[in-house]
Design a protein. Structure first.
Length: 223
């Protein structure tokens, strides 16, 4: 899943990006309001983490403009402006959650996952297909309730395939999900992730099929 971090404090922004990457998210970082609006218009983000005190455009104005375009992307305001008036304004304009700095990473991560689950209208915290399950709270993969260790990129690929639930997901969508501003993912890399993941899933009765010119989808192995 892809998250946009809008934070003008370079050290904090890089720290957030690093922590999000460690939690298997793809994170892009911009440091001003113009960059935030450009990124939000160019990419389909699953979540935006928005600071209010930006050097060019106030974060609340950024939020107004995002909502004016009828975007439903979840927005979590993360700011030092924790006063009641700012909280009320942010939520009234269209923020989905509001956290004050300083903050604990564990709480921020929990709120991120809650917003992502809500936005996807997933009634359970788990995605299932055959013997494979993915816990959306922990991003942990299971087979027949036993934990499987997967690299972060392969976990992200698997998540998209599980969300598709047997339907085709295009290669461009996969590339967009896994790419970030400073690290573009090539088609060859996607094919490598798919190939490695396909080999892992054979033991659990699943395979990844390629629909020529369209994309990939999960399918149970034939007996």
């Amino acid at each position: 899943m892809r998250i946009l971090v809008v934070e003008d404090n370079k050290k904090l922004g890089q720290g957030l990006k690093h922590l999000l990457s460690d939690s298997s998210f793809v994170a892009d970082l911009v440091e001003d309001g113009d960059g935030a609006l450009s990124a939000a218009a160019a990419f389909n983000y699953d979540l935006i983490i928005l600071d209010l005190s930006l050097p060019d455009i106030d974060g609340l104005q950024v939020l107004k403009e995002i909502r004016a375009k009828r975007s439903l992307v979840p927005v979590l305001i993360l700011t030092a402006r924790g006063g009641l008036d700012d909280r009320i304004k942010g939520l009234d304009i269209g923020a989905d959650d509001y956290m004050s700095k300083p903050f604990e990473w564990s709480e921020l991560e929990a709120r991120i996952r809650a917003l992502l689950r809500r936005s996807q209208a997933v009634k359970t915290s788990q995605l299932d297909f055959g013997q494979i399950s993915l816990d959306l709270k922990t991003n942990q993969v299971f087979a027949n309730e036993k934990s499987i260790e997967l690299p972060a990129r392969e976990t992200n690929v698997l998540r998209e395939l599980l969300i598709a639930n047997g339907r085709i997901i295009s290669k461009p969508r996969m590339i967009e999900t896994l790419s970030s501003f400073d690290e573009d993912i090539s088609e060859n890399a996607i094919e490598q992730y798919i190939s490695r993941l396909r080999k892992r899933l054979v033991s659990y009765g699943l395979t990844i099929k390629a629909a020529r010119g369209l994309g990939y989808y999960l399918q149970p192995l034939e007996d």
